[in-house]
Every structure is written in C-alpha cells, then in structure tokens.
Design a protein around this ligand. Structure first.
Ligand SMILES: NC(=O)c1ccc[n+]([C@@H]2O[C@H](COP(=O)([O-])OP(=O)(O)OC[C@H]3O[C@@H](n4cnc5c(N)ncnc54)[C@H](OP(=O)(O)O)[C@@H]3O)[C@@H](O)[C@H]2O)c1
Length: 265
C-alpha cells in the first residue's frame, strides 16, 4: 500500500466512485474527482479533506474528449502527476427491441467506453514518460452475455473489457498496469431503479474496499463478488439453447411482477 498516491477518479459524485474517494482519503491520497454534478463532488471533496486526504474537483462530462486533457492538467498542476486513474463514470441505458433507439447506444457507449479511450489518450503519454502508472477501468459482470433490453450497456462494458485486455497485453513487462474490474450488483443510484431482486447485492463501501485491494495487488482482472462471478462464468459456457430458455424465463417473471405492481387503470 502506497500512501499519498495521486489518484484520478471519474464518476466520484456518487456510488462506487464516491466510496473509492472516501476510502482513499483515509490513506491521505491526493485526488482529482470528476463528474457532472459539482455540488455533489464538493461534498465528497469536503469529506475527503476531513479524513486527511486532499481533493480537487472538476465538474465535466467525461463523454467529451476535451475533458480528459483537463483532468490530466489539473492533476499535474495540483499534484505534479498521476499514479492511479480509476475510470469509473458510467450510466445505464435500456434499449428494448420494441423501442430500439440507436441514440441510447451512442450515449451509453460515449460514457462507458469512449470516455475511457479519451482518458487513456491523455494519460498514456504522461505515464509512459514517467515510466509508471496504473490504469483501472470499472466494467461490469453484465458484459458476460447479452440480456434482454440491456444490449447497449452490456456491449459498452464488453468493449471496455476487451480494450483493457488489449492494453494489458501490450503493457506487459513495463511498470504501467491496466486493470479491468467487473463488479456484480452494488447498491448505488444506478441500481436503485431495478425492480428485481439483485443477487448478492453489495454496499458501495464494501465494493470500494475490494476494488482498492485489487488495485494494490495489481490484479489484471478483478470480478466480484465470487458467487455472481462464478454464476456468470457458468452462463458463459452453457449451451445457447439452455441460456436462452433460462433468460426468457427470468425475463417473463420480471415483466409479470412488474406488470402486477402497476396500478390498474
Ligand atoms: N452499481 C452496480 O451494480 C454496478 C455493477 C457493475 C458495474 N457498475 C459500474 O460502476 C460504475 C459506477 O457506477 P455506480 O453504480 O456507482 O453508479 P452511480 O452511483 O450512478 O455513479 C455513476 C457516476 O458516474 C458519473 N457519470 C455518469 N455520467 C457521466 C458523464 N457523462 N460525465 C461524468 N460523469 C458521469 C455520475 O456522476 P454525475 O451524474 O454527477 O455526472 C456518478 O458519479 C459504472 O461504470 C457502472 O457501470 C456498477
């Protein structure tokens, strides 16, 4: 564990990103916190300071390419560089076949995938010059296979996993590390609207604790919790016909439960 690390966290205004910032604060880390809601970021930064860390905020949209350069410049100005960048900002986006809207796919891809490309574009030259650095992308176990209505989200996280793997293989034998994290269900604003029982739902603080441990250990890929990760691996190897039947059964139940919760007109 290295104290006083210089860390970038995108999506730090809520959920996992916020919990990561608060956990790193206890180690006196110096952080650039990025998200769009400035008030929320300032609240997180105040808490970071109260815990002995240091934080500067940048209210910006990570889907804009210019944001990445601003983040890097802020880290250089305030802390003299970057040791760890956690690219965590993300959004959901339902895209059912009955109302297929490609603009949702474009928006989800821009936040969940392209924003990471922009950050890598800004950070890699700097880290290569420094000869060290850790790049962490928060993906999802949802990348494992397609599920009804969630093609845009799963595809964006699948693209992210492949991107990080490609980078990792290229950076092998250097002091630059590419880490892909894939959480299962975590209780945050993102999962709050979910109308189904989320197996092994975890609190954001616990997720942050585990992610930080994985980063410290430089685990190339970290999927958690174990139970969900194993279930997902199983889903990846079962025959297509069985997978489709299982998913169709779950989807039908979900729609039925959802319909019965709606008030009758
Ligand atoms: N919760 C889960 O079960 C779960 C599971 C697997 C993976 N994940 C992943 O974990 C990451 C964090 O999600 P979370 O669960 O903590 O959800 P969350 O509480 O909704 O946090 C999402 C964060 O991303 C930021 N963000 C969204 N769009 C942005 C944009 N265009 N520009 C800048 N910041 C943006 C949000 O801040 P602003 O709204 O202030 O911009 C917020 O800070 C995401 O990548 C998500 O896909 C979550």
């Amino acid at each position: 564990m290295e104290p006083h690390q210089r860390i970038i966290i995108t999506g730090a205004s809520s959920g996992i990103g916020r919990a990561l910032a608060l956990a790193y604060a206890a180690r006196k880390a110096r952080m650039v916190l990025v998200a769009r809601r400035e008030g929320r970021l300032v609240e997180v930064a105040d808490r970071v300071m109260a815990r002995g860390g240091d934080a500067v905020v940048l209210a910006a949209d990570v889907a804009e390419r210019s944001t990445a350069q601003k983040v890097l410049e802020l880290a250089q100005e305030r802390f003299g560089g970057v040791d760890v960048a956690i690219m965590n900002a993300g959004r959901r986006g339902s895209m059912p076949a009955a109302a297929f809207d490609a603009s949702i796919a474009a928006e989800v891809m821009a936040v969940n995938y392209l924003s990471v490309c922009y950050m890598l574009e800004a950070l890699l030259p700097e880290m290569r010059r420094a000869g060290r650095g850790t790049l962490v992308a928060i993906g999802s176990l949802a990348a494992c296979r397609g599920m009804p209505e969630s093609g845009a989200y799963s595809a964006s996280k699948g693209a992210l996993a492949t991107l990080m793997e490609s980078l990792r293989t290229e950076l092998r034998n250097s002091d630059l590390h590419a880490i892909a994290v894939a959480p299962g269900f975590v209780r945050t604003e993102m999962t709050a609207p979910n109308q189904f029982r989320m197996p092994l739902l975890m609190e954001a603080d616990e997720a942050a604790r585990r992610i930080i441990r994985a980063i410290d250990r430089r685990r190339p890929i970290y999927r958690f919790p174990l139970g969900t990760s194993l279930a997902v691996r199983l889903l990846q190897v079962i025959p297509v016909a069985l997978y489709d039947r299982l998913v169709a059964w779950g989807y039908m139940r979900l729609r039925r439960d959802h319909a019965s919760e709606r008030p009758h007109e």
